[in-house]
Design a protein around this ligand. Structure first.
Ligand SMILES: C[S@@+](CC[C@H](N)C(=O)[O-])C[C@H]1O[C@@H](n2cnc3c(N)ncnc32)[C@H](O)[C@@H]1O
Length: 286
C-alpha cells in the first residue's frame, strides 16, 4: 500500500491488518480473499471500525478477537460476504428442477444453501407453484446463508421493483404485490411463497441443519467460487449424505466440481448427481 494511500485514509490499515482479516474470515467462513482485495476490505470493514469507535484496524481486530462478542463477529462476517443474486439467475436450472420435481413423490424437500437475500429460494418456490399448478405445491424449501443481514431482507420478502423487471407479467401478477403509498417502487413476495420457504442462518463450514432427512435437490450456487479446493471438498463431502440417491445438486456456472470431489458426477448444465446415486430419469425407466 502506498504511503499516500495510507495518509488519505481515515483509519490506519496496514498489510499486516489485511493479512489478519484474510486469516480470520478464512477460518470463520471459508472465504479466501485474494491479495488484491485490500481496498474492498478497507471500505467494507471501515464502517465497523467507525461504529465500534476505534481509530485503527489493529485496535478493531484486537477488540473483536479479545471480546469474542458474537454480534461483532456477525457484523465482521456480514461485511465481508458478497451477496449478488437475482430472481431466476442462471435460468436454465429452473426447467431442470421442474422436470425433476414432477418425477418425485409429494413431500419434496429442497435446500438453497447460500440464499443471500432470498431471490433464489423464491424462484424455486415459483417454479414449484407453476409446475404443480397451485400456490400450495408439495414442496418445502430450506434457505440458509451465513450472513444475517441478507437473511432479514429475505424473510421480509420486499424487493425493489427493478428486481422483477425481467420476470414475465404472469409471474409478477401471480407472485408479487405491488407497493403503494410509502412502499411505491417496491414489490412484496406473496404470502403463499413466503410460507414455502424457511430461512435460517447457517455456515457451510459447520453443517447443522434444522431439519431431519435428506433433500431432493440442493442449490449451492455462486458461493464455492469464494472457497479454496480443500474447503469445497469438505463442503461437498458434507452434502453427500444430505442428498437423496435420486437428488440433484445445482452449482454456479463457473463452479466445476470434477477436480474437487468424486462424490458427485456431472449430469449436464452445471447440475450434478451423486456418483453412487440414481437419477430420476433412470428410475422412471424401471
Ligand atoms: C454471491 S451470493 C450467491 C447467492 C445465490 N446462491 C445466487 O447464486 O444468486 C453468495 C452467498 O454465499 C454466502 N456465503 C458465503 N460464505 C458462506 C458460508 N461459509 N456459509 C454460508 N453462506 C455463505 C454469502 O453470504 C452470500 O449471500
Amino acid at each position: 500500500m502506498s504511503q499516500s494511500g495510507q495518509r488519505n485514509r481515515e483509519f490506519e490499515f496496514t498489510p499486516h491488518d489485511f493479512a489478519r482479516v484474510r486469516e480470520l474470515i478464512y477460518h470463520r467462513a471459508g472465504i479466501s480473499l485474494s491479495e488484491i482485495k485490500s481496498d474492498m476490505v478497507y471500505n467494507r470493514l471501515g464502517r465497523n471500525v467507525r461504529r465500534a469507535g476505534h481509530r485503527t484496524f489493529k485496535a478493531y481486530l484486537d477488540f473483536i478477537e479479545e471480546a469474542n462478542n458474537a454480534l461483532e463477529w456477525e457484523a465482521f462476517t456480514n461485511a465481508l460476504t458478497t451477496n449478488l443474486t437475482a430472481f431466476f439467475r442462471e435460468a436454465h436450472h429452473f426447467p431442470i428442477l421442474a422436470e425433476h420435481m414432477l418425477a418425485l413423490q409429494p413431500g419434496i424437500k429442497i435446500w438453497c444453501a447460500a440464499s443471500s437475500t432470498g431471490e433464489e429460494a423464491y424462484s424455486i418456490a415459483m417454479t414449484a407453484c407453476e409446475i404443480f399448478g397451485t400456490l400450495k405445491p408439495p414442496v418445502e424449501i430450506l434457505a440458509t446463508d451465513i450472513d444475517t443481514r441478507v437473511l432479514s431482507v429475505a424473510k421480509r420478502g420486499v424487493f425493489p421493483i427493478s428486481s422483477v423487471a425481467n420476470l414475465s407479467d404472469e409471474r409478477r401478477t401471480n407472485f408479487f404485490l405491488r407497493g403503494k403509498g410509502g412502499c411505491e417502487g417496491s414489490v412484496k413476495v406473496c404470502n403463499a411463497l413466503r410460507k414455502m420457504v424457511t430461512f435460517k442462518q447457517m455456515n457451510l463450514l459447520s453443517l447443522n441443519l434444522p431439519v431431519e432427512g435428506q433433500f431432493d435437490a440442493i442449490f449451492c450456487r455462486n458461493v464455492m467460487i469464494y472457497f479454496d479446493n480443500p474447503t469445497r471438498s469438505t463442503i461437498l463431502e458434507g452434502f453427500r449424505p444430505l442428498l437423496k440417491k435420486s437428488g440433484l445438486l445445482f452449482v454456479g456456472h463457473s463452479e466445476n466440481l470434477n477436480y474437487v470431489s468424486n462424490a458427485f458426477k456431472l449430469r449436464g448444465n452445471t447440475v450434478y448427481e451423486l456418483n453412487d446415486g440414481q437419477s430420476t430419469a433412470a428410475r422412471g425407466k424401471q
